[in-house]
Design a protein around this ligand. Structure first.
Ligand code: BGC
Length: 734
């Protein structure tokens, strides 16, 4: 059991301000630098920038990651790269560089304003020479204008009279976890502008960035270009201050890549020269966030930590969802870290999309269209592996080809074979499931006709070639797979996969009927393109009816895969307290021989296909599988799903425990790995836990209805959902 007192610690109280919209940090703690860089990440649907301080520290890990900017790398084949850093902003007070690890910090507060999408910081600092100055930094990545970024710095002298020098620039060739990906083609500066033109080493994506420095209200202050370290151009100005005088500096940055425009450096310069003022940019940015929150906010009363954390999770997802690009998707760590190389998993479709489908459908459509554009890669994969139709990559990048590493170095230098790319095939149905959910909720027939139908049908064709007829049992098998619980690989008849495939084939048939009736021309074209025959449709129905699932008819208990019940049973409580996953503790091989789940598998199925399982069956399977699941250090995808099912079973207190573990995963660094980046799937699960768990929302033919089961301390829960062009407002009490 999770000790909930963790969340009411002083540290977490400091997280919240009186408005429930601000994440606060009241102390500069170098030991938490990397975790807090993740927490203070900003994004605008185009890029993400970690919350690294402008002045830079020796062990910091700045990162700006742009959707779709992948480059080749060993092992993972391709990775999202760390783009040139736009933050550097150095201030010298009487020649002494401002840095919080020297001199004295007299006051410190950093905040992430979730409502406005702004990170700001107030520091009162005494330099080693004894000069006292106050800094107010704020920055944003414009949501209104995705190619604009800005930093404003206000410096107030308390007792200092003399020169303050400010130097701003870029770091042009940052490495990505030690790997070099950039070459600078050209860089320079003129008047109060600097620019950079660079290119990724292998994928040859060009990158252009430009910046200017404005000294607000100081007509006489001059800004000049300096050749800084390593011959990089920077912009420099020197200002005279005296006690009580405030100077304001603004660094405006524009950036493009050749993914959007053929000449990105030129575009960055042109946009910069004609850039609106900082205040105008800021006003548009704030207005854009306001529009987003109007539809996606969730209000919780009675529990301020839940309120702040749900908003935090929503913020990070809304900040990463691409606005103008349907050839990219959301990586497991958003654009805030490099774990998983920025590859795309089922995390997007199953965990993140529901929020967007129900509150920002245009963004959901972009993400699903990514899967349409990557169908070709999925077809190549099917063909390479000897199957027909489309087989989505377990890990996907720009083209949809499989990019899961096959071998990774193990803890003792040995090579460990990773099978997910070959056999974690449930991804195929996960994508189809999300496409179907989108259509059911939005009624977007056009998208289903033009994109969704091809996805759902061609992935169904794959299943037809993947299943095997078992003559002895007179049923179909799906052998050698990995279900969601990756502690067990190379298993036969994983129940999650098999039942989802049943659903998939039945759904494909229903969809085909609709398409033939509503759009006969499209159905004829698709039949030709995908070689669909009438007999095939019959076969789909037959496979769906006869896929093997081992379920005890008396109790309803489902075996996770063939032979799971024969594995050694262990009591997870015997291993407490621990700070590692069970797999980390026992090793890969030993864990695979035991009934220990990394994340829900049968229970995941019961959540996705809620209407197919009654409460008694759910209860039986919950009682069996939940105690065998590594809730604390298994997959971060699990806790939110357990929270929802616990609500279904009328266990709001247990649900709340799971919910908080998910909701606080990054803010409180519950799993001690937040430094690697935001847990995007968990964030999406948090929204689902509130809406489908605590609010008990179910979709009916007449729209969504709620059957709330609120945690004891929640006095109000308020949100809205869009269903077929109409908004439904929910305002629930216990
Ligand atoms: C989980 C997968 C997940 C992936 C990326 C793995 O540890 O088992 O379900 O898709 O992480 O988040």
């Amino acid at each position: 059991m999770l000790d909930l007192s963790v969340y009411s610690s002083q540290q977490n109280q400091q997280l919240i301000d009186s408005t429930d919209w601000n994440v606060l940090e009241t102390e500069f703690d170098p030991s938490r630098l990397h975790h807090q860089e993740t927490v203070f990440t900003l994004g605008n649907g185009y890029l993400g920038t970690r919350g690294t301080f402008e002045e830079g520290y020796p062990h910091d890990s700045p990162a700006t990651i742009i959707h779709g900017v992948y480059d080749d790398v060993a092992i993972a084949s391709t990775e999202l790269v760390n783009c040139p850093n736009w933050l550097p902003f150095v201030v010298k007070v009487a020649g002494e560089r401002f840095r919080m690890d020297s001199g004295e910090i007299l006051h410190y507060e950093r905040r992430l304003d979730l409502r406005l999408g702004i990170v700001s910081r107030d520091v009162r600092w005494r330099s080693p020479a004894g000069h006292t100055v106050e800094f107010h930094f704020e920055r944003f990545a414009s949501l209104a204008n995705q190619n604009f970024l800005a930093i404003r710095c206000q410096i107030t002298s308390i007792d200092f009279e003399g020169d303050i020098e400010v130097e701003v620039g870029f770091h042009p060739e940052p490495r990505t976890q030690g790997v070099k990906h950039w070459q600078t083609l050209k860089q320079g500066g003129l008047d109060n502008l600097i620019w950079l033109h660079s290119q990724t080493l292998h994928s040859a994506i060009e990158f252009g960035m430009a910046a200017k420095l404005i000294v607000e209200g100081e007509e006489t202050a001059s800004v000049c270009v300096r050749q800084g370290e390593h011959h990089h151009s920077t912009l420099v100005t020197t200002l005279q201050v005296e006690p009580e005088k405030t100077v304001t500096l603004e660094k405006i940055v524009t950036l493009y890549t050749s993914r959007e425009i053929p000449t990105p450096a030129e575009a960055a310069l042109i946009r910069l020269v004609a850039a609106p003022s900082y205040s105008t940019l800021l006003a548009a940015h704030i207005a854009a966030w306001e529009r987003v929150w109007q539809d996606s906010d969730v209000v919780i009363e009675g529990d301020r930590l839940s309120q702040l954390s749900i908003r935090y999770n929503l913020f990070q997802l809304l900040a990463v969802a691409p606005r103008y690009d349907d050839r990219v998707s959301i990586p497991p760590k958003t654009l805030s870290g490099f774990a998983y190389s920025g590859h795309i998993f089922w995390d997007t479709e199953i965990f993140i999309l529901p929020l967007l489908i129900h509150t920002q459908p245009a963004l959901a459509r972009n993400l699903l269209t990514y899967r349409y554009h990557t169908l070709r890669g999925a077809r190549r994969k099917a063909q390479e592996m000897g199957y027909r139709g489309a087989m989505y990559a377990w890990e996907s990048a720009s083209t949809g080809d499989e990019v899961t590493p096959r071998w990774v170095p193990g803890p003792n230098g040995e090579q460990v074979r990773i099978w997910c790319g070959d056999i974690e095939v449930h991804i195929n149905t996960d994508v189809a499931y999300a496409a179907w959910q989108y259509w059911q909720t939005t009624g977007d027939d056009e998208w289903m006709r033009d994109c969704g139908a091809e996805i759902i049908l061609d992935t169904a064709v794959f299943w037809e070639s993947r299943v095997e007829w078992n003559q002895q049992r007179h049923c179909y098998d799906i052998r050698d797979t990995i279900g969601p619980d990756e502690n067990h690989d190379r298993v036969d008849n994983n129940a999650f996969t098999n039942v989802m495939v049943q659903w998939h084939l039945q759904t494909a048939l229903a969809l085909w009927d609709w398409l033939v009736k509503s759009y006969p021309d499209t159905s004829a074209q698709l039949a030709e393109k995908l070689y669909l025959q009438p007999e095939q449709m019959e076969l789909w129905g037959d496979i769906a009816n006869r896929l093997y699932v081992n379920q005890d008819l008396a109790t309803g208990l489902i075996e996770q895969f063939e032979g799971f019940f024969n594995l050694e049973d262990v009591n997870l409580a015997d291993y407490e307290p621990r700070t590692k996953s069970m797999q980390g503790l026992l090793g890969v091989e030993a864990t695979s021989q035991k009934q220990i789940l990394k994340q829900p598998d049968v229970l995941m199925l019961m959540y996705l296909l809620r209407d197919r399982f009654d409460r008694k069956t759910l209860k039986t399977n919950w009682d069996y599988y939940s105690p065998r699941t590594d809730h604390s250090y298994g997959s971060s995808l699990g806790p939110a799903i357990h929270a929802i099912l616990a609500c279904d079973l009328n266990q709001p207190v247990e649900a709340y425990t799971h919910f908080m573990r998910a909701a606080m995963v990054d803010l409180a660094d519950v799993r001690r790995n937040a430094h690697e980046g935001i847990h995007a799937a968990s964030a999406g699960g948090v929204w689902q836990a509130v809406i489908f768990g605590f609010a008990g929302v179910r979709m009916t033919n007449f729209g969504p209805i709620a059957c709330p089961n609120l945690p004891p301390n929640w006095t109000r829960l308020k949100f809205r959902l869009k269903w077929r062009d109409e908004w439904h407002e929910f305002d629930l009490t216990a």
